[in-house]
Design a protein around this ligand. Sequence first.
Ligand code: DGL
Length: 261
Amino acid sequence: MIGVFDSGVGGLTVLRELMKRLPGYSFVYFGDTARTPYGNKSPETIERYAREDTSLLLREGAKLIVIACNTASALAGECLRKEFPVPVFDVIAPSVLRAAAETKSGRVGVIGTRATVGSGVYAERFRASFPNVEVFSESCPLFVPLVEEGWLGKRETKQIVRRSLAPLRRKNIDTLILGCTHYPLLRSVIAERIGRRVRLVDPAAEVAETVVRYLGTYPEVAATIAHTASIRLLVSDETPAFGKLATKILGKPVVIEKTQI
Ligand code: DGL
């Protein structure tokens, strides 16, 4: 199975992109609904949670891990890759590559949770690989609760998005990384508010493309992963929000299993 984890329900945007591109594969998804959100937790706590989430997926039979959560990717991507004996993909590296390829002006914006932005990981990665790119980051902590409440098209949401993006609008960016699982669900509101000329990078699509390429390059790894086109959705707590949003994101009714971390 391909194991995908997130702090909660938002990572299903990543699972959706993976399923689209790898329809025959078996997936196991873990949403840590009991401990969500990760975005306002300390780096130590996020790292510990990410380790526990990965261990759980390996116990369930995952042969490859995708960290769908931007926050966990930012704070724990490197440590998971060092500590676990399977390929581990995070959403940061593919988004950086895509943004660097897209930008013409060399001015790239990143939005994410407080923890993701506070980690400085995007700026660090651009500095290391694309020193000519200037990075402007902004945390948007109100977006996640708005999405989870289903307030996608509300007037208040548009106002909050406009206000949250105002500092970035002044930076004249031409590319913006939607650095949080929930933000692709606000894509059209964000596009309208940041300006139609700004290209949006969706980490969900980028990491899915990376995994497809990897499995194509390493058929021996692909062969270890079951191809029964099955999906298991595990959560650490059964919450009404998960079922509702999961159905919306995946576009079909879902079966959810509660599990112990
Ligand atoms: N999944 C988180 C992320 O992508 C957003 C929700 C949270 O704060 O846990 O950063």
